[in-house]
Write a protein that binds this ligand. Structure first.
Ligand SMILES: *[C@@H]1O[C@H](CO)[C@@H](O)[C@H](O)[C@H]1NC(C)=O
Length: 330
């Protein structure tokens, strides 16, 4: 028995990902992986060089973007969200190539939607491929912790066949590419972005609660940057893959143990999934894995209270675009 435990211990040390931990991946100082996108002094790099604060006040939000473009990889950041009254505030950690491909861009999103006091933040995930902006694939979740109290890790695994979202190394969503998805599955090189901005028109109860600048600045803290993928030169477009020694720590899929954790997370915390929204999609999209229990569980949630989906999307892109224009015109 002791030997057995010892073996498990050794196995876990060697193949950390098998045991569900991804903690050994090398993290990058901010300046080595990212650059400021907009927001002047509302982006502040801390003295350790490894952490960044981005804030929203009545003047502006703030954001940063990866220096490299990536085709597939594992991307991660630890994030601590602003506390107390945060209605209308949106923090996003996402991949996109919207500035290179205006008409047919790809996107993989983590979005954090603020809330009125004493109500929790919610997380939303979504993907777009090749300009499929009329086909939202949103899911929303509660969390098993208060994301304003401490740093938690949010990660994206993107390969040519699947996308997995993780919170604290627990997979919360898995999208397997199907043939029918075609270009809707993100397939072109993307940059990483992190932003904080005013989403008053939709973020909290469909726009009912706006950002209140009496409580500004709203500060989102980022740290522990992992950018582990194949970088792509925007001119040559030939990927150079990171084969660093720590690549064994990058997950390649959902292990059995992780699948159990994912199922248990979704059972408790999934609040909305486009796969069960018959108002939007009469027939579930091809990648949806429909479970009758999940359907029952989601029946009680009204998508409208989370914001009209189409309006949300166009508004958000408009805002990001205008923020970007702000940034580049300075
Ligand atoms: C992506 O969109 C472009 C232009 O809209 C189209 O020509 C191309 O075939 C699409 N690619 C895929 C993989 O669907």
């Amino acid at each position: 028995m002791v030997n057995f435990l010892l073996e498990i211990f050794i196995l876990c040390s060697v193949f950390v990902f098998v045991c569900g931990s991804l903690e050994k991946l090398a993290t990058l100082p901010f300046d080595e992986g990212y650059s400021q996108l907009f927001g002047d002094d509302n982006l502040m790099v801390l003295e350790d060089g490894k952490s960044v604060h981005i804030s929203l006040d009545e003047r502006t939000g703030a954001g940063f973007v990866s220096q490299d473009l990536y085709l597939h990889g594992f991307f991660s950041a630890s994030i601590k969200l602003p506390a107390d009254y945060t209605a209308g505030v949106v923090v996003a950690f996402y991949m996109s190539n919207g500035d290179m491909f205006e008409k047919n861009h790809d996107e993989i999103d983590f979005e954090f939607l603020g809330n009125i006091r004493a109500k929790n933040w919610r997380i939303q995930t979504n993907i777009y491929g090749n300009g499929s902006t009329n086909v939202g694939r949103e899911e929303r979740y509660g969390l098993w912790f208060d994301p304003t109290e401490d740093f938690h890790t949010y990660s994206i695994l993107w390969t040519d066949s699947q996308i997995i979202f993780y919170v604290d190394n627990v997979p919360i969503r898995e999208i397997k590419k199907t043939q029918a998805m075609g270009g809707d599955f993100p397939s072109k090189p993307m940059s990483l972005y992190a932003t904080i901005w005013d989403g008053s028109s939709w973020a909290t109860n469909g726009g009912k609660y706006k950002v209140n600048y009496k409580y500004a600045p709203y500060v989102a803290k980022f740290s522990d940057f992992v950018l582990h993928g194949c970088t792509v030169d925007p001119i040559e477009l030939s990927p150079k893959c990171d084969t660093a020694t720590n690549s064994a720590f990058v997950p390649t899929g959902v292990s059995l143990d992780q699948r159990r954790k994912m199922e248990s997370f979704r059972k408790k915390y999934l609040q909305y999934s486009y796969c069960y929204d018959r108002t939007r999609y009469k027939v579930p999209l091809s990648e949806c894995v429909i479970g009758p229990k999940e359907a029952d569980q989601l029946r009680g949630f009204d998508p409208v209270t989370f914001g009209g989906v189409l309006r949300h999307h166009s508004k958000r892109h408009h805002q990001r675009q205008s923020r970007r224009e702000d940034a580049s015109s300075k």
